[in-house]
Ligand binder design. Structure first.
Ligand code: OGA
Ligand code: MN
Length: 290
């Protein structure tokens, strides 16, 4: 028995296709063996929830760093990059201070997506920590993209084998145009990064459907109409209710997800309520690969 297997981590899988709650840990003080158990639980369950945490930005960064180097956060919709000198922190918030939003994504729906797949080396994981939560709405849903791949009929699996998809970098999941980008709705010419439609997860070695986001997605080499039709068909498998889990937030929740095998979305909420979340994103060791 390996030493770290002696650690008993209290992991409670959801009654859903993905996700588990880990109880009884303080993320500011994990010994190495417990950290290894958390890492394994994350690969196994795709999304982990830790409730009742008390994390400063530095604590959030320190816990995130145990999984690897951090990416800098995308530029906020206002064009601001740094949050108090901490470029690793992405603020997701509708709160307006001095006439300017303090974060991104507003209070509307955030559509299904995986984080930052419009860059060549997308982050393997994101961690989202809840500082302020509205009384209702603003739940975050996750979907298991291994299950989506497994559900494809054999002929469709064969059809997508070897195809590559451009992941659009024009819009964020809230529908806002990213900083420095000219708005376009032409999937063929929009900026983005190209990744295999079906990837092999570098840690689990399982096959996974890698869609990124729907808007401006384009399968290279196909006439646009054919690409649209195939993407619509794939998306109809990818976001089935039975592959999802929806999280209702409480202040102090830390949720971390695997960007290589999940997508997520957010319900809208009352724009007069406050929602403040801080996120980090952890660099992948390997590019998405078939
Ligand atoms: C994110 C994200 C949705 C939410 O932080 O990457 O998509 O629920 N957040 O805030
Ligand atoms: Mn996101």
């Amino acid at each position: 028995m390996r030493k770290e297997e002696a650690v008993r981590l209290d992991v409670r899988p959801n009654a859903a296709a993905l996700g588990a709650e880990v109880k009884g840990v303080d993320l500011r003080a994990l010994d190495e063996a417990t950290f290894q158990a958390v890492h394994r639980a994350w690969v196994d369950h795709l999304v982990l929830l830790f409730r009742g945490q008390t994390l400063s930005d530095d604590d959030l960064i320190a816990f995130s760093r145990r999984f690897g180097d951090l990416d800098w956060a995308p530029v906020q919709e206002t064009g601001r990059r740094f949050v108090d000198g901490k470029p690793e922190i992405y603020v997701v918030s509708n709160v307006i201070e001095k006439g300017e939003p303090i974060g991104s994504l507003g209070a509307g729906e955030a559509v299904w997506h995986t984080d930052m797949s419009y860059i060549e080396d997308p982050p393997k994981a994101s961690m989202l920590y809840a500082l302020e939560i509205p009384p209702s709405g603003g739940n975050t849903g996750f979907v298991n993209m291994y299950a989506a791949y497994d559900a494809l009929p054999a002929a469709l699996k064969q059809r997508v084998e070897g195809l590559v998809l451009k992941h659009d970098g024009t819009y964020n999941s809230g529908g806002y145009v990213r900083q420095g980008i000219t708005a376009t709705d032409d999937p063929v010419t929009s900026p983005g990064a190209v990744h295999p439609l079906v990837c092999t997860h570098p840690e689990s070695r399982r096959r996974v459907l890698y869609l990124g986001r729907r808007r401006n997605g384009y399968i290279l080499g196909l006439p646009l109409a054919e690409s649209e039709k195939l993407l619509d068909e794939l998306w109809s498998y990818a976001t089935r209710d039975e592959f999802t889990w929806h999280h209702q937030w409480r202040v102090g929740d830390l949720v971390m997800w695997d960007n290589r095998c999940t997508m997520h979305r957010r319900d809208p909420f009352d724009s007069s309520a406050r929602r403040v979340m801080h996120r980090t994103q952890i660099k992948g060791e390997a590019r998405p690969a078939a």
